[in-house]
Design a protein around this ligand. Structure first.
Ligand code: GLA
Length: 387
């Protein structure tokens, strides 16, 4: 992370006052190698934490009020943790939501002063909001809860905050990895039971790079939640003859064929994508054990095809960027994250890296008259206290 403790501390003192410094916590954003929209379907995901993240200084103030300053937005607000009414700014609502959900779990949260900042590009599909939630969930657990809640419980606090206070019915991937990330390791999570496995990420001769289309995806609201509904419709239809089914994870492609006409083509295609995406995560897990990065890349391209054509969460700009990757001979590329824009994730042979970046920048600018942004991936550490 480029932001330092001093960057945050100087603003904390300036905007919140007082003599005593607070404690400083940080949480990362994430990449996801493969496994998109599988999390809320009880499936597999394969994320890793990145070096970019959120950093926050927090100091209990002995009242029932949270006084919060967003350094990036130069925005200040104060709100009571006992007030039923949400603060207006979305960034403050995350903090309020986390505090309220921690209280609901019995953590005796009190008021605090905080200043926070981040270097995760917003809307890039790198989970800046999960990083914000995880920072505060971890910090409040530390400051008021004596570390009582587990990392997984803290991840669920963040997820519930998204559902109840923001309106995105997201899965658990982003908050999970923000809290559980390990330097230099990708994590394959089974969202059905919370079991996870670490995979050292050391692709000799390859690099992972994100190209941000800078098309901002808006997850809150219908498009994301609609996809989730489609999957639930299909599960509902399959349940009529297989009642034990809880999520698409428990369904086979034969089950899906049986309900095809009943659920309609759109929901059918979406569910088919999820079943195939789960298979791809497993295939990539095996390929990684064999250091077979060419197979990893092949699956990434397949995933893009599926998420763009069947799950319909792509966009023109990310399709274009994946097309450039393919033309340049890049090993694997796909749109990453919630969808409708943001970054593509690219697995590139080192000797091809410069050519690809050059081509992506030039061709993207020629077509859209705006710049895409290059973000080299370094797999970083999960949420922690800095001082
Ligand atoms: C967003 C959500 C996650 C996950 C991804 C898509 O990032 O927050 O839970 O569903 O989209 O894989």
């Amino acid at each position: 992370m480029k932001l330092t403790i001093d960057d945050v501390r100087s603003r904390f003192i300036k905007h919140l006052g007082g003599e005593q410094p607070g404690s400083v916590y940080t949480s990362p954003g994430r990449i996801n190698l493969i496994g998109e929209h599988t999390d809320y379907n009880g499936g597999y995901v394969f994320p890793g934490a990145v070096e970019q993240g959120i950093i926050a200084e927090i100091r209990p103030n002995g009242t029932r009020t949270i006084k919060a300053y967003s350094i990036d937005l130069k925005d200040y607000d104060e709100f009571s943790i006992d007030d039923e009414e949400y603060p207006h700014g979305t960034h403050f609502r995350f903090i309020y939501g986390v505090a309220r959900e921690m209280m609901a779990l019995g953590i005796p949260v009190e008021g605090f002063d905080t200043a926070f900042a981040g270097d995760i590009p917003l809307g890039a599909g790198m989970s800046s909001s999960a990083a914000l939630e995880s920072t505060f969930a971890y910090a409040l657990n530390d400051l008021f809860g004596q570390g009582k809640l587990t990392q997984m419980e803290l991840a669920k606090v963040g997820q519930t905050t998204e559902h109840k206070y923001i309106g995105t019915n997201c899965g658990i991937m982003d908050q999970f990895i923000s809290l559980h990330g390990k330097k230099g390791q990708l994590v394959r999570l089974d969202c059905n039971n919370g079991e996870f496995e670490l995979f050292p990420w050391r692709p000799r001769g390859y690099k992972l790079v994100l190209i941000n289309s800078c098309v901002k995806h808006e997850l809150a609201g219908s498009p994301y939640n609609d996809r989730r509904k489609s999957c639930e419709n299909v599960v509902g239809a399959i349940k009529t003859f297989k009642p034990e089914v809880a999520t698409l994870r428990d369904c086979t492609s034969e089950d899906l064929e049986k309900v095809r006409s009943e659920v309609g083509e759109t929901d059918y295609k979406r569910a088919k994508y999820i079943l195939e995406e789960n298979e791809r995560v497993l295939a990539i897990s095996e390929a990684l054990k064999d250091d077979d990065y060419e197979l990893v890349g092949e699956k990434m391209y397949e995933a893009h095809e599926g998420l763009s054509k069947d799950y319909e969460i792509g966009c023109e700009e990310t399709d274009f960027l994946v097309g450039i990757a393919l033309d340049c001979g890049v090993t694997g590329a796909r749109q990453m994250g919630g969808g409708f824009g943001g970054c593509t994730i690219n697995l590139v042979r080192s000797e091809l890296y410069n050519t690809f970046i050059e081509q992506a920048k030039t061709q993207f600018y020629e077509k859209y008259k705006k710049h895409c942004k290059v973000i080299d991936v370094v797999i970083g550490e999960g949420t922690r206290k800095l001082c």
